[in-house]
Ligand binder design. Sequence first.
Ligand SMILES: [Zn+2]
Length: 348
Amino acid sequence: MLSNRLKSDGKPTYVLNALQQKMKLEVEQKIADEVYQFETVDCVVCGDSEATKIAEKDRYGLFFPVVSCKSCGLVRTNPRMNQASYNEFYNTEYRKLYVGQESPTGDFFKLQMQKGKLIYDYLEEKGAFHKAKKDMFVLEVGCGAGGILHFFREKGCTVKGIDLGEEYINYGKEEYDLDLEVGFLSDLNLDRKPDLVIYSHIVEHILEPDAEFIALNKAINRDTIVYVEVPGIKHLYPNYDMNLLRYLQNAHTFHFSLTTLQNLMEKCGYEMLAGTEYIRSIFRPTDQKNDQFKNDYNAVITYLEKMEKKKDYFALTPFSLKKRLESIVVPVLDFLRIKKLIKSLLGK
Ligand SMILES: [Zn+2]
């Protein structure tokens, strides 16, 4: 264990709202009653079972054992809830616990659209669009309400999305007339192969990501681009205030660094075209299968130990100081703008 504060003691890291507290209790009760069951799994990249324990709880204070594989460095949740337990969790508690709201909202959709712009800009910057936008067919796996796809459609692409959350799918279909479907990748019957496949904050939720990407490999063209975005475990600064507990959440079965994600993708027959530790990454299928993996264990553990030591000084970092300054300056500027507007209206 990296430190005593990461032990399972039920204490949350965030202030939870009433709905989140209710959902947390519900999950804890289901674990106690063995409605939610756990299974032990070996490393999905190298197959080894030997690992070092990093933490025992997540940001909500839920029991959440996380280990790092000694042979390749991939961080995984182990033991983890089995598929049947996760299916029920996603249907009942997940969104309410994560978003803190009962149902999808316009704000959530707007946030997804903003994410869509960031993904689009990244792909553009890396030269990943190999066709005119009007000829691009974009598939998103785990699309939620479809805000990311909406942005790509506005840019001229044809889009299609799948997700397991029926309520979110219906929201995107009804409010934005998006082509969305409830289901897994294996349920899809496409009459056209996608030019771009997006996995945004979904791979870290999948129990068998190797099976997912091997199946995808067979369903796409050789020049299809696969965009994968996951929360990077070597990017706790600035995104998670250097605090591992802000990063960990019980829905995540894997916690990738760019190297461990690359290992997984290479094992499944892809090559990496671009990537950052954030993690944003672009892959393409390749016929040269690579079973050799790089061991990122030392780099991951060293990074996490460094963050654990430095986290109390986060408030003194340039990022934190800038944010606090903005929180003072922006409202003042907004107030002055409103004042000016009222003055000009009265002047008329
Ligand atoms: Zn491994």
